[in-house]
Design a protein around this ligand. Structure first.
Ligand code: ZN
Length: 368
């Protein structure tokens, strides 16, 4: 038994599009020297490099996986969308949604990214692994069934869940999304269902601008099985730990999932260019420990983290390493080089009092 680490070099070869940050080039937008979307391979490749340099990788069960096949993709996405994506990819690449450019072969790479999540979930559920991390790229949590957006081309976690259901491996799934952006795709896919609890913690009115309100609780049989925890910019370590402890963990205990899946973005970090939160590597380490604690109590420790966003090339690797250290109970420790600064950069006591009251208010609203 071990911690699985699922990755594939090919996932780092996904790319395309003429952007500077998230702005299309043209008019007054000059190309960047190191150009492209913030969702570039380096944040992920550097995480993989760091676990090699630290030696942590030798403690992990390192694997790739087969791409998710057409049938597996079609359980979540309409075939008309899949055909359009595949045809555009075969013809040289392009863009079919919002900020989701891809090159020739992008369809196969996106299917591989989903395949990593699918295989990781399968091995956690059948007990071959204690827990696992899927370094999926492109990410998935924004992708709607027929509309890719926010760098996400296929709904990786939803595809993995549907495959597990089809294989009879589990029936109840909890998705905890701590990517700093709203998990609008995962929410939409399971919005009317009571077998998948979706919880998203995100910066309010970041991306997408229109979704992620606390009042969005699901529809039909799914009422109560979707939770949004929108936070103001500037929320830091204490608030994130509080939200997990006072909202997420009670919700998980009430739901009793067969497995907990984390949509693991690192863009709530203090250095992210696409958000304004103050989480640190230690925040991600502590949240991982909290998820392991919940999984241990509720579902034999069955826990999978699937990589989503996180755009600070320099800092994401340290956050990811902290998560993997915790998951694997490793002693291959890499200290956070920014810890001293970030400990001081947290909200003041006065601001934290405000944030604590906000979390209390949201817990009252979300939990029975
Ligand atoms: Zn994000």
């Amino acid at each position: 038994m071990a911690t699985g680490f699922f990755w594939d070099e090919k996932c780092f070869w996904h790319g395309g599009g003429d952007y500077a940050l998230t702005l299309p080039l043209g008019d007054f937008v000059q190309p960047l020297a190191a150009g492209g979307l913030p969702e570039n391979p380096e944040t992920k490749r550097r995480l993989k490099n760091l676990i090699e340099v630290s030696g942590l990788i030798s403690e992990l069960d390192v694997q790739s996986a087969e791409p998710a096949d057409w049938l597996e993709l079609a359980r979540v996405h309409p075939e008309s969308f899949l055909r359009k994506f595949k045809e555009t990819s075969d013809a040289g690449g392009g863009e079919i949604g919002l900020r989701t450019p891809f090159l020739k072969g992008g369809f196969e790479i996106a299917a591989l990214s989903a395949g990593l999540a699918k295989e990781a979930l399968s091995q956690v559920l059948d007990g071959r692994l204690d827990n696992a991390y899927a370094l999926s790229r492109p990410p998935g949590h924004h992708c709607l069934p027929d509309w890719p957006n926010g760098f996400c081309l296929l709904a990786n976690i939803a595809i993995a869940i549907e495959a597990a259901i089809a294989a009879g491996q589990a029936t109840r799934f909890a998705v905890v999304d701590w990517d700093v952006h709203h998990g609008n795709g995962t929410e939409a896919i399971f919005y009317d269902r009571d077998d998948v609890l979706t919880i998203s913690i995100h910066q309010e009115h970041n991306y997408p601008l229109e979704t992620g309100d606390i009042t969005e609780r699901g529809t039909g049989a799914g009422v109560g099985y979707n939770m949004n925890v929108p936070l103001p910019p500037g929320a830091g370590h204490t608030t994130y730990i509080d939200v997990i402890e006072r909202i997420v963990q009670p919700a998980l205990a009430d739901f009793r999932p067969d497995v907990i899946i984390v949509a693991c973005g690192f863009d709530a970090s203090a250095f992210d260019p696409l958000a304004r939160m103050l989480a640190t590597a230690d925040t991600f380490r502590a949240m991982t420990a909290q998820m392991m604690q919940s999984a241990k109590h509720l579902c034999d420790g069955k826990l999978l983290l699937v990589h989503e966003g996180g755009y600070s090339e320099a800092y994401v690797p340290f956050c990811g390493h902290a998560v993997l250290e915790e998951l694997a109970d490793s002693t291959a420790h890499v200290p956070d080089p920014m810890a001293a600064t970030l400990t001081k950069r947290q909200p003041s006591e006065r601001m934290q009092t405000f944030l604590n009251a906000l979390v209390t208010d949201m817990a009252d609203q979300l939990l029975d």
